[in-house]
Design a protein around this ligand. Structure first.
Ligand SMILES: Cc1ncc(COP(=O)(O)O)c(C=O)c1O
Length: 448
């Protein structure tokens, strides 16, 4: 097994019950509990957890008639507005307390559109988080702008606001906070910095449907907020996305850009085109998504209750540090992450800890790696376009600055993460997660 499993690889393993991990069966079958031979499973004991975990994604038969209606209507695409897509946009905006929503083809296209509309152009810089899915980096690069990384706060796993200002240059145009794993960034200081320096704020809320920061939903806290409805997400449809916002002028421009640049609302005169692309969602996707709103709300509550319980229990185990959230905020836990300190486990390396946890029937991943060293950024800044757009000295400095992310390095080396569908299990299954970690802690000397 590759040590640093990619998130989607991990999702596949967690939901398909990959033999690579622990030979789990994917769906919930026999609820039988292990006989409590206290020996770690990796050393021949019986796994703490047996019987699999909830599968993801799930669907209901009751959704089928609406999808069939779309199929039989022959109107599948939404270039002219209306229909299921418009209903979805209205419903999703309402769910988040946003004025407007544009349904999109993906989270990626939502981020590209939002940044373009917010004024990010070739040769600009965008300050974002290094601890994120690679799409965040890529969307900035697609606009031929430079993703400049704020450091990650090891306590929160999100962008450390204190590290932003020193990274602002005269090319900086926007800040893109990422509410990673569904955990809200500390938006008050981020918005204050943006205001002071006249920067746009585009939230990458692609993993944060219904996450809450001081009474407002993530995605509604900056100028524009972007969501993903990809297969693994809490509101899944295969591929899909959305932009939400409260500013009519910006939202008109998002509508226009995602529909081949056709004029919309007050943006450009009727019949005029502007730059744009085809980033639309289809009606049958919207029909599937709208029918999941109640499910999303209910499941979010279950995940939150189980995560609260898990956090309270894991705090009691030395060497396990649950994530700290900003004051007055609620995460939605796309992944439940904690930091692992081998020093409290007799030096048991994280990868061995993860293997032992997997053997106990708890599928887990290691989160994101220091992916800025993986070659993507080198390739981008060596390209003809970037070489033309940025002075050589700036690109050299930029490459050097990637080494100055100590908080993020720590996070990449110490995080362990559990996929959200495990948080939909019964409380006794959550107890198994705790028990498995306690067992590994008790036997860590033998496991090293
Ligand atoms: C943080 C983050 N940003 C952006 C994206 C891109 O979304 P999509 O896969 O829908 O294009 C994702 C999706 O996984 C994500 O997790």
């Amino acid at each position: 097994m590759k040590d640093l499993m990619t998130r989607r690889g991990f999702v596949r393993a967690a939901t398909a019950g990959s033999a690579v991990l622990v030979g789990l069966s994917g769906g919930r079958t026999a609820p039988a509990k292990a006989a409590s031979a206290d020996q770690p499973a990796l050393l021949g004991g019986t796994p703490v957890h047996q019987g699999g975990w909830p599968k993801w994604p799930e669907w209901k038969q009751s959704w089928e008639p609406e999808v069939l209606d779309v199929l039989r209507s022959g109107t599948w695409c939404c270039s002219g507005g209306g229909g299921q897509v418009a209903q979805f946009e209205e419903g999703y905006a309402k769910l988040l307390g946003a004025k407007r929503c544009v349904a999109m083809a993906s989270g990626t296209t939502s981020l590209i559109t939002s940044m373009h509309v917010a004024g990010v152009d070739a040769g600009d810089e965008v300050i974002t988080s290094p601890y994120t899915f690679i799409a965040t980096y890529n969307t900035i690069l697609m606009l031929r702008a430079l993703p400049v990384f704020a450091d990650t706060d090891p306590a929160t796993l999100t962008m450390d606001p204190a590290s932003i200002e020193s990274r602002i240059t005269d090319r900086t145009r926007a800040i893109m906070p990422v509410h990673i794993y569904g955990m809200p960034c500390d938006m008050d200081p981020i918005n204050a910095i943006a205001k002071k320096h006249n920067l746009a704020v585009v939230e990458d809320a692609c993993q944060a449907w219904l996450a809450d920061y001081k009474g407002n939903k993530c995605g509604t806290l900056g100028d524009l907020g972007c969501f993903s409805f990809q297969n693994s997400k809490h509101l899944p449809v295969g591929d899909g996305g959305a932009i939400v916002g409260n500013d009519d002028a910006l939202m008109d421009r998002c509508q226009s850009f995602h529909n081949c640049g056709r004029s919309f609302g007050n943006y450009r005169g009727s019949g005029c085109f502007s730059r744009g692309s085809n980033f639309r969602m289809n009606h049958y996707q919207a029909a599937i998504l709208s029918q999941q709103f109640d499910k999303l709300v209910q499941e979010t509550k279950i995940r939150q209750a189980n995560a609260d319980y898990l956090t309270a229990e894991l705090k009691k185990i030395p060497g396990i540090e649950p994530v700290r959230l900003p004051e007055n905020s609620r995460a939605v836990w796309h992944l439940y992450a904690f930091r692992y300190d081998p020093g409290q486990f007799n030096g048991l390396p994280r990868d061995k800890f993860r293997k032992a946890l997997g053997a106990e029937g708890i599928p887990n991943g290691s989160g994101y790696s220091e992916q800025y060293f993986d070659g993507l950024l080198d390739e981008a800044i060596a390209s003809r376009g970037f070489q033309r757009l940025f002075p050589a000295e700036r690109l050299k400095q930029y490459r050097e600055s990637l080494k100055d992310l100590p908080g993020n390095k720590q996070v990449c080396e110490t995080t362990v993460a559990i996929f959200h569908s495990l948080l939909l299990a019964d409380r006794s299954d959550i107890d198994d997660i705790v028990e498995a970690i306690r067992r590994i802690h008790a036997h860590s000397a033998a496991l090293v």
